[in-house]
Write a protein that binds this ligand. Structure first.
Ligand SMILES: [Zn+2]
Length: 199
């Protein structure tokens, strides 16, 4: 049997580790890369390197940023009295795209999921509680995904904030239960933000 060269086999193995990429797809990608010019292939390698070297989490909200503080937290025009809690940076992007929300965010970087061994101590909940207790926020909008785990996460946060002088709201259920914000369309999300209700 003819074997792949070591570097081809190694590259395939790396692609196979990516989510949603099986053996077949990894093969297809690698054979494609072998055919491209060195410049095209290095552009991919360079983009990954540059992203890993430059991107970090905002020290306030844990959004992705290339600076210590992200663009949203630095934007003086944002409403600093309202804080929206999302699971992932991609949820923040989905909400931003509606253009309906002008407050600040807090990104949890996951959701509480006992089955996957993710407890509330592994997320950015401690930082959120500290932010709420030391800040001047008047409203906290729970925009966790409408799933069992998203709801559980919102509940865990609400419990931690028991006694804090802040109004807690949640997105209206225009977003179908079991789906995720990322895939909700713009109109649905806009309705969900403007129709938010007491938690
Ligand atoms: Zn930020």
């Amino acid at each position: 049997m003819i074997e792949l060269t070591d570097s081809v086999a190694k590259t395939m193995k790396e692609f196979e580790k990516l989510p949603g990429v099986g053996k077949k797809s990894a093969e297809r990608i690698v054979y494609h890369l072998l055919k491209t010019t060195p410049d095209e292939a290095f552009a991919l390698a360079d983009a990954i390197r540059s992203m890993k070297e430059n991107v970090r989490y905002c020290k306030h909200c844990f959004n992705l940023s290339e600076e210590e503080v992200c663009d949203i937290c630095r934007d003086e025009r944002r409403d600093r009295s309202i804080l929206c809690v999302v699971e992932q940076p991609r949820d923040l992007i989905a909400l931003e795209q509606t253009g309906c929300y002008r407050g600040l965010y807090h990104v949890l970087l996951g959701r509480v999921s006992p089955l996957d061994g993710v407890g509330s101590d592994q997320l950015t909940i401690d930082a959120l509680v500290k932010r709420v207790k030391t800040g001047d926020f008047k409203e906290l909008v729970m925009a966790t995904n409408p799933t069992v785990e998203g709801d559980g996460t919102a509940l865990a946060i609400t419990n931690r904030l028991d006694g804090a002088a802040i109004k807690i709201t949640r997105l209206a259920r225009g977003v179908t239960t079991g789906s995720s914000l990322e895939f909700a369309n713009k109109e649905m999300l806009s309705d969900a933000i403007s129709g938010r209700q007491q938690f």
